[in-house]
Design a protein around this ligand. Structure first.
Ligand code: UT7
Length: 323
């Protein structure tokens, strides 16, 4: 028997304020047409003043618990993927723990920027298969609107705020690819690329800072590395793109999503796409897409999913799971 981390519930939360591309035409030298054609983004949500990453994370967690039919007392670990914590510390995860009323177990944040949710899932999976946790809430939550330089048209039009969450539970499986749950993960990073995508603030400046990105270069790495990591995960299981029911990609740019699907030989009909409505929500984008894909009736019990993401670091990776 093999312990598997099986998805029991999924949920998400998006802040109320929807910002269409046209709003940026008043702010910087851009057009709705440019943003749509170069990124696929049509609108994004921005958090209200005073609405913090932990608020979004709590709401997504509550939705996932409701979907699982579980109460917070049944959870023994919370892992939050975020690069936009309310404060430097304590972690967003412990804030969620406190607010939801969980008085046992443990909670911590994972920071791998846009690849954060893949890293968080891999960590939660390791906790579950090693018996350190039985039921884990894994949350991706971000307020990237707070990192924007509103004069930089190359970045400010691309990002949005939101949160998504999964409830994972330890279940005995057979140990083969017919099992439900996380089947494998593949994690990578290469710190030589730190200058391609970073925030120019932190303890070194005493400020939160602004996001800086060499968009073209990140794009080039994304197209290459996302297909590579997805293939690496599938290879470990003796699977190929043909076996995949759904790619759930990081939602940064429709052109990256399409190119990765093409390299994996998976038609776009089997790719969950939400980038048009959410923009790039960093670590929240994959759980948001999972939740929306599930609500749309696309992702069903027993489906084989590949989730893949890349972000600052560079850090990138993939997860194969049977829903
Ligand atoms: O989540 C982490 C991973 N992040 C990503 O995956 C993002 C990766 N990068 C991208 O998605 C794309 O590179 C962008 C959407 C950021 C940019 O698209 P691009 O096709 O690579 O455009 P570009 O950067 O080559 O810029 C082309 C032109 C430039 O003008 P010139 O130099 O040709 O005159 C830019 O200045 O488009 C200009 N430009 C804009 N024009 C109108 C850049 N941003 C804008 C804008 N509106 N918002």
């Amino acid at each position: 028997m093999t312990l598997r981390a099986v998805v029991r519930g999924v949920g998400h939360y998006l802040p109320e304020r929807v910002v269409p591309n046209s709003e940026f035409e008043k702010l910087v030298d851009t057009t709705d047409e440019w943003i749509r054609s170069r990124s696929g983004i049509e609108r994004r949500h921005f958090a209200a003043e005073g609405e913090m990453t932990s608020d979004l994370a709590c709401k997504a967690a509550e939705a996932a618990l409701k979907d699982a039919g579980m109460s917070i007392d049944e959870i023994d670990a919370i892992v939050v993927a975020t690069s936009t914590p309310d404060l430097t510390f304590p972690s967003v995860a412990t804030m969620v723990q406190g607010r939801l009323g969980m008085t046992k177990g443990f909670a911590f944040d994972v920071q791998a920027v846009c690849a954060g949710f893949v890293f968080a899932l891999s960590n939660a999976n390791a906790l579950i298969v090693s018996g350190q946790a039985k039921r884990a809430l894994v949350i991706g939550a971000e307020t990237f609107s707070r990192l924007m330089d509103w004069t930089d048209r190359g970045t400010c039009v691309l990002f949005g705020d939101g949160a998504g969450a999964l409830v994972l539970e330890a279940v005995e499986g057979k140990g083969d690819i017919s099992d439900r749950g996380i089947l494998t993960t593949d994690l990578n990073s290469d710190g030589r690329y730190r200058d391609l995508l970073y925030v120019d603030g932190g303890t070194s400046t005493g400020t939160t800072g602004h996001l800086r990105m060499e968009g073209k270069e990140v794009f080039r790495h994304a197209v290459e590395k996302l297909a590579e990591t997805a293939h690496a995960s599938l290879d470990k299981l003796g699977l190929s793109g043909d076996d995949v029911d759904w790619i759930v990609p990081h939602q940064a740019n429709i052109r990256i999503i399409e190119s990765t699907a093409k390299r994996m030989k998976v038609p776009m009909e089997r790719v969950v796409v939400t980038v048009q409505d959410h923009g790039n929500t960093s670590a929240a984008s994959i759980p948001l897409a999972m939740s929306v894909g599930h609500a749309r009736g696309q992702i069903k019990t027993g489906d084989l999913l590949v989730a893949e993401a890349i972000g600052g670091g560079l850090a990138w990776g993939s997860v194969v799971l049977r829903w």
